[in-house]
Design a protein around this ligand. Structure first.
Ligand SMILES: Nc1ncnc2c1ncn2[C@@H]1O[C@H](COP(=O)(O)OP(=O)(O)O)[C@@H](O)[C@H]1O
Ligand SMILES: C=C(OP(=O)(O)O)C(=O)O
Length: 340
């Protein structure tokens, strides 16, 4: 059976929406730990478990750990259409200088060392870009290239520079697992998995929760290069195409995605592919032709699962996106199809 995961966000937080998603064929939910506090995450998992019960199914509830990613620290959204310039303070908390600009902090102040005027900051999965206008030892001022809404705690990459600082210890991820031990989550997703060792402390804590307790998110060049080792230590692998594009560049992206899926299938480790599979449906009732073809090709090649991300967090029609994905699974991943 091909699995289908939906990421929970403002568009799908209501318990009755979760139940409707399960009825449509969603087999698991993904919760972005970088976006919410422990109490809200536990509440989301409890609601999702109840939603599964209401639909008569047990659903996977996967906590997506933040991992070693550098993020802005703003708790509220900033409208970069109204004020395209903003200050990035190289501290956890913004410095609050009084120049009238919105101010965001950095979860890892060390990123400031590599930022220079003229650099382009890619934010989130690259949907917002901002050029650095000026930089000092304590902060820089950046200007959004095309406006947009800077949501809370978005990841930030400096184009052409290191994608992130050397992998920080997973201590914060592990503390989160410990804080949620008694929650309804059935497993965890380890972000930026690039070796087997990073999965071990997660398995030691949550390994017994379900058959898919430890999912490894492969989303960097190094992760794809080590995918055999990573897959060998995980219950399943998620190919995170959002961050992968940030790290791979556009030319190598497809080759890396394909290599990761192929290797997992060769090793018989379940592989799930995610991000922008039906992104056209976030703002339109039709998906893009290109994503439709890619998605059906993935199903024909025998991928084990698919992950909806912003289609179900912010999409205008999350149920429509999940329903279409379920129909495509039924149409293109049926047993009996000749698999590559
Ligand atoms: N407010 C939110 N609530 C729930 N999920 C969110 C929210 N914002 C983003 N997400 C989800 O979290 C994931 C990461 O989103 P994004 O913020 O764009 O990138 P990152 O956190 O990797 O910088 C995406 O799958 C997105 O759908
Ligand atoms: C699923 C992904 O992770 P995140 O949403 O944290 O960017 C991805 O990068 O595709």
């Amino acid at each position: 059976m091909t699995t289908m995961y939906a990421t929970i966000g403002p568009a799908t937080r209501a318990p009755e929406t979760m139940t409707a998603l399960v009825r449509l064929g969603v087999t698991g939910f993904r919760f972005s730990a970088s976006k919410f506090g422990v109490a809200e995450l536990a509440a989301q998992a409890a609601d999702a478990e109840a939603a599964g019960r209401a639909a008569g199914r047990s659903v996977e509830l996967l906590l997506d750990l933040p991992g070693a990613k550098i993020r802005f620290t703003n708790a509220d959204s900033i409208d970069l259409g109204a004020t395209p310039r903003f200050r990035v303070s190289y501290a956890l908390k913004p410095t609050g200088e009084d120049d009238g600009l919105p101010d965001v902090g950095l979860s890892d102040p060390g990123l400031g060392d590599v930022i220079s005027p003229g650099d382009v900051l890619l934010i989130g999965d690259g949907e917002i870009a901002a050029r650095v206008i000026s930089a000092s030892g304590t902060h820089c001022v950046a200007e959004a290239l095309e406006g947009g809404l800077l949501g809370p705690r978005k990841g930030v990459w400096v184009t052409g520079r290191s994608r992130r600082l050397p992998a920080s210890s997973p201590d914060e991820d592990l503390a989160l697992l410990d804080g949620l031990t008694s929650s309804a989550f059935t497993g965890a997703i380890v972000s930026f998995a690039e070796n087997a060792a990073v999965l071990e402390p997660v398995r030691a804590r949550w390994g017994g929760r379900s058959a898919n307790s430890v999912m490894a998110k492969v989303e960097t060049r190094a992760g794809v290069a080590a995918v055999a080792e990573v897959a060998g230590a995980a219950d399943s692998v998620l190919v995170g195409r959002g961050d992968l594009l940030m790290d791979s560049g556009v030319l190598d992206f497809h080759a890396l995605c394909s290599a990761a899926v192929r290797e997992c299938r060769r090793l018989s480790v379940p592989v799930v592919v995610g991000t922008q599979l039906l992104s056209g449906m976030q703002s339109s009732w039709l998906p893009l032709r290109s994503e439709l073809s890619y998605l059906c090709g993935l199903l024909e090649s025998g991928v084990d699962g698919l992950l909806l991300t912003t289609e179900t967090t912010f999409g205008r029609d999350p149920l429509g996106a999940a329903g279409l994905m379920a129909d495509l699974i039924a149409r293109y991943a049926e047993p009996g199809l000749v698999r590559a």
